[in-house]
Design a protein around this ligand. Sequence first.
Ligand code: NAD
Ligand code: TYD
Length: 358
Amino acid sequence: MDSQKRNIVVTGGAGFIGSHVVRLFVNKYPDYRIINLDKLTYAGNLENLKDIENQPNYTFVKADICDYGAMLDILRDNDVDGIIHLAAESHVDRSIRDPFTFARTNVMGTLTLLQAARTFWESLPEGYEGKRFYHISTDEVYGALDLDGTLFTEQTKYQPHSPYSASKASSDHFVRAFHDTYGMPTIVTNCSNNYGPYQFPEKLIPLFINNIRHRRPLPVYGKGENVRDWLYVVDHARAIDLIFHKGKVAETYNIGGVNEWKNIDIVKLLIKTVDRLLGNPEGFSDNLITFVTDRKGHDLRYAIDSSKLCRELGWQPSLQFDEGIEKTVRWYLDNQEWMDRVTSGEYEKYYEAFYANR
Ligand code: NAD
Ligand code: TYD
C-alpha cells in the first residue's frame, strides 16, 4: 500500500496530534499529497506546521467536518483515497460545560465525513478498492479502571463517562457501522493520553509548564490520585503511520505507552524539571500546587494494553518518559511566543472564567 501515490486527507491536522501526523507524512512520503482539513477552532493553529507549509506535497483547506457539501467537494476535487480522521473537540472539562458542541463535532461531524466518503467512493468504478478511512479515538471510551493493574484491551466493553468520551464512543460505533453496513474499509485506534510539543495549554502538561514558568497556581483536581498512561505524541504519529499502511481493515488497535503516572507525581516531575531548566533552586515552585474541587465524574485510571499492535505490526514506543518530558518542557520554555499567541484570545477568557467558577 505504501508504494503507490496517495491523496490523503488528515482532518484536524492543525491541532496537537494532527500536526505531528501531517509533519510525519509530508516529510516521509514526498509522493503523497497530504491535505490538512481543519476548521481552525481555538485548538487549531497553522503555526504548528510552519516548518512544512511550503512543501509541494502539502495543502491546507479550512473547512468544517459537519459541512457535507464541503466534505464531498474536497474528497472529489482531490481524488482522496485515504482519510485519517483526527478532527474533534478533545478537552474533557469543556465537554462538561458544553456537551452539545462535542455531539455536533465528534458525532455529527464524523457521520458527515463518513457519509461524504461513502458517496464519493461508491461513485467510483473501483468502489472501496484501495481506500481507507482511519478513525483516531481515545482509551477514554472504555471508561475507568480501578487501581488494580488491569488494562484496557481491544475487547474491553465501552463504558464512557464524560460527554467527551461518550461522543468519541458514538463516533467509533458509526465508523464500525459503516464497515459492517456498507463495506467501507475502516480502522479504529484507541490511544492513551499524549504529551509533547504543540499541545493546547488547557491540558495538564502544557498548562502546568506554563503556570510554573509564570508562578501561577497549579490546580490539581481532587487529591491528584488519578492515573493516566502517557505516550509521546511522535510515537502516536508513528503508530498511525504504521497502522494506516499495514493495519487490517475492520480491526481495532489500542495504542499506549506502558507508562502510568499519578497526576500528583507528574506535577512534581514537571516542577522539578521546569525549576532546573530555569535555574531555580530545588523546591522553588512546590508551593504552587493547589488542590481544587475534583472534576465531575473524574475517571480514576486509564491504562492501555497495546500488545496487539506490538505483536502484529511491530510497533514500540521510542522514548522513555524522562527523556520525553525533558524534551517537552524544553520545547515549551523555548517557544514562549507560541504559548503567548495561542493563549492570547479566546483561551484567556476561558481561563479566567474557569478560575472564577471554582
Ligand atoms: P486538538 O483539540 O489539539 O485538535 C483538534 C483539531 O480539530 C483542531 O485543529 C481543530 O481546529 C480541529 N477541529 C475541531 N472541530 C473541527 C471541525 N468541526 N471541523 C474541522 N476541524 C475541526 O486535539 P488532539 O489532542 O490533537 O486530538 C486529536 C484526536 O485524537 C481527537 O480525535 C482526539 O479525540 C484523539 N485523541 C487525543 C488524545 C490526546 O491525549 N490528546 C489521546 C487519544 C486520542
Ligand atoms: P487532561 O490533560 O485534561 O486529559 P484527560 O482528562 O483527557 O485525561 O487531564 C489529565 C489529568 O490531569 C486528568 O486526570 C485531569 C487532571 N487535571 C488536573 O488535575 N488539573 C488540570 O488543570 C487539568 C487540565 C487536568
